[in-house]
Design a binder for this molecule. Structure first.
Ligand SMILES: [Zn+2]
Length: 282
């Protein structure tokens, strides 16, 4: 599932491509995907985009906003005047656009189109009043997030309150927003922390290293435009590149580049692939 860097990449590109466009019409091909009344956004001009955890928000000038979560396989693809010389679509855009997996089409002025594709159909789009965005239950319950209000002090406090494995706590969106499996694995390796360590038994100094590691891996993720595992593509139709730069994630059976002694092992923790160097992450 896309994590903070992937959703940040979606938000940034949507902002760049959509700003100034007016929504002319909306074609909803799958009612389950689209919640709320599309009439409320027709005629609205897009003024900007925001992100809360893994939710992107497209704000209009008519006091309405579009909230969206791409979940496992949702993809936004823009084609129009704000993307000059588009590269060819990634093969991850199954069926192309518009295609059999295109569930919503936003017709924009000046010939622009924004397509929403979703093979698995878990993603959603919701029209809400702009002043109700922050009170949406999904957003309201998000924990503090890196680069915003997740301070080191707050991070230590969150760890200190839980006896669960630290990796599970890092990925709990109600404890802290935006960190999913790939970046949790990499941050734990970077800080030399065993993913199974009970969160509250992590010493304050180690918690600081882990906090810095979380920030660092997310920064790297953003720098590479996210990781295109599964179906992730950015709205220009191309793939992110972090998957070629992961530290621990996906390295099963490979030697650890830091200690040169351990070989990465993989196991499942709460059903999610967990990668550790048995030497560095005792
Ligand atoms: Zn190692």
């Amino acid at each position: 599932m896309p994590e903070l860097p992937e959703v940040e990449a979606i938000k940034l590109q949507l902002g760049k491509f959509l700003k100034g466009h007016k929504i002319v019409s909306v074609e909803v091909k799958n009612r389950k995907t689209f919640q709320g009344d599309e009439k409320n956004i027709i005629g609205g001009k897009i003024v900007g985009t925001r992100r809360f955890g893994k939710v992107s928000v497209i704000d209009l000038d008519n006091n309405y906003s579009i909230l969206t979560h791409v979940k496992l396989t949702g993809q936004y693809i823009y084609r129009g005047p704000n993307l000059k010389n588009p590269k060819s679509l990634s093969p991850k855009v199954t069926g192309g656009v518009p295609g059999p997996h295109t569930l919503v089409i936003f017709d924009l002025d000046r010939g622009g189109k924004l397509y929403y594709n979703d093979v698995r159909r878990f993603g959603w789009i919701r029209v809400v009043k702009t002043n109700e965005v922050v009170t949406e239950p999904f957003i309201k319950k998000l924990g503090p997030e890196p680069f915003k209000d997740l301070t080191l002090e707050k991070f230590r406090e969150i760890l200190g309150k839980s006896g669960r494995p630290v990796k599970i706590v890092l990925m709990d969106q109600e404890k802290m927003g935006g960190v999913g499996n790939i970046y949790a694995n990499d941050a734990l390796w970077l800080a030399k922390v065993n993913p199974k360590t009970p969160a509250k038994s992590i010493e304050p100094e180690k918690a600081k290293e882990l906090y810095n590691a979380v920030i660092e891996v997310l920064k790297q993720g953003i720098k590479y435009g996210g990781a295109s595992e599964l179906a992730f593509v950015t709205p220009d139709g191309t793939e992110g590149n972090y998957q070629s730069h992961t530290l621990a994630y996906g390295h099963e059976g490979e030697p650890c580049e830091r200690c040169h002694k351990g070989t990465f092992k993989k196991y499942f923790l709460s059903g999610r692939g967990t990668y550790v160097c048995p030497v560095c992450q005792k």
